[in-house]
Structures are given as C-alpha cells and as structure tokens.
Write a protein that binds this ligand. Structure first.
Ligand code: DGL
Length: 257
C-alpha cells in the first residue's frame, strides 16, 4: 500500500485526545484518522511514570500494527513520559507530541501571570519543569496540578455542580492575583473550557496546544512527502480499550465547546 494513503494514528489515555483529533482533522480534512483512547487505563496523569511509559508504548504499538503513517500523542502526560522512547522505537515514523502552550502565553504582550493547568504527572516531569523554567523570566508561570479533573471529564462531566465545586476550590488561592492566561495543559480540559471560564470568574484568555500540534503534524507529513494524494474527504475511526466509550468519543468529535 502507498504509505501516503495510510491513516494517521492519534492516541490519548482516553477521551481528551479527541480535542486534538478535531484540530488535526480540521487542518487535514483529506486524511484518514485512527483514534485510540485507552479509557480502560485512564487517568494516566496520576499513575507512576513507568506504568505510563508501558501503556504509551503498548498503545503506539497497536497503532503501528494497524499500519499508521504517523503517530500523534494527543496526551501531554504520555508525551512528557514517553515521547523520546517512542521516537527511538519508531525512527521512520513521524511521532508528534503535545506540550502545554506555555510559550505563546508567556510571550503574549499583555501577559504577566500564566496559570498552567495539567495532570500531576505532567507537572512533575522534567520536560515540563524545563519548559516552565525557560519562560519564567517572561511571565510568572504558575503550575497547577489538577488531580481528578481528567477523570471527571472522562466520566462525561462537562458542567454542573460537582465540576463547579471542583474548579472553585482549585482557583480559590488565585482570587486576588491578576492572571491574563490559563493554559490547558491536558487534552481533556478543552471540553470543560466554559466551566473553567465561568468558575475563574474574571476575564482571562484560555489557550491549549491542539492547533499547534495539528500544524506540526502537517509540517512533518509535508516534509516527509506523506500527505494523502486523494481529494475525497478522509474518515475518522474510533477505537477504545473500553468500547463503551466509543459513542462518547464520536459525540465529542462533533460537539460545540
Ligand atoms: N489527556 C491527558 C493529558 O493531556 C491526560 C489525562 C489523564 O490523566 O489520563 O495529559
């Protein structure tokens, strides 16, 4: 089979990566996508590093077996834990990761304080610590581990009193700080962007890394001559280690948020 016609594999610990999949499919509408959510093992962000590495390698191997031409790790946690290992293991396959969009937030003109919301494991990892340190002279970068938030999203909680209580407690320490940007450093969080905005309670710009990841995917496919040649629209296929989550993945792909 002509490699250019193969699908692009997109992977996350669960449903969150659908937010990245949407950005990729919008930018590359003629490509086929194979999305794998590992919901049976979610959340990754509160597991030991070695376990997240093993799960990530296993998920990527499953996509490679299905003949994907590129792998998008649509999970900040899996990216920080295993992107180097994946690139070593699949040197001939483009492997695109995602990391919290600290750079555009810290470098924005009006930016003095930036809150980065991410899983505990992402924040604890070296990759993130270096990223935050690289911009700490340009803005006050506040790292905010959000234990339990990806799990709420995974369970389909996108608004309502439980989420409001969670977010109000999370933002309480910052009620007197001036904050210009919130960075969504976990791919589950864009699905609760409205609740985050409402519960933060003051005007703030909220950004995530989906579009940047999609652009990086396109650049890599272009550079390697792997863009699909056909003109018909591509199709998106959903797989999940917990098949009961597939209807929700499809619904999130189409949802307005
Ligand atoms: N969606 C993942 C991320 O971007 C992690 C969620 C989880 O903890 O499984 O970090």
């Amino acid at each position: 089979m002509d490699k250019r016609e193969a699908p692009i594999g997109v992977f996350d610990s669960g449903l969150g990566g659908v937010s990245v999949l949407r950005a990729c499919a919008a930018l590359l509408p003629r490509e086929d996508f194979l999305f794998f959510g590992d919901s049976a093992n979610a959340p990754y962000g509160e597991k030991p590093l070695d376990q997240v590495r093993d799960l990530t390698l296993r998920a990527a191997a499953g996509l490679v077996e299905r003949g994907v031409k590129a792998i998008v790790v649509a999970c900040n946690t899996a990216t920080s834990a295993a992107i180097t290992l994946l690139r070593e293991k699949y040197p001939d396959t483009p492997v695109i990761g995602i990391e919290p969009a600290v750079k555009p937030a810290a470098q924005a003109d009006n930016s003095s304080s930036v809150i980065v919301m991410a899983t505990p494991l992402t924040i604890q990892e070296d990759k993130y610590q270096k990223l935050a340190a690289a911009f700490c002279d340009q803005a006050n970068v506040i790292s905010l581990p959000c234990k339990g938030l990806a799990e709420l999203v995974e369970q389909g909680c996108f608004d309502g009193p439980e989420l409001d209580r969670y977010l109000q407690a999370l933002f309480l320490p910052f009620r007197h700080c001036s904050v210009e940007y919130i960075v969504l450093g976990c791919t589950h969080y864009p699905f609760v962007r409205s609740a985050i905005r409402k519960n933060f309670g003051r005007p703030v710009a909220i950004i995530d890394g989906s579009d940047g990841t999609a652009r990086q995917l396109r650049r890599q496919l272009e550079a390697k001559g792997l863009l699909r040649t056909g003109t018909e629209p591509g199709k998106v296929t959903f797989l999940n280690s917990d098949p009961s989550k597939i209807p929700m993945s499809r619904a999130l792909f189409d949802m307005e948020y």
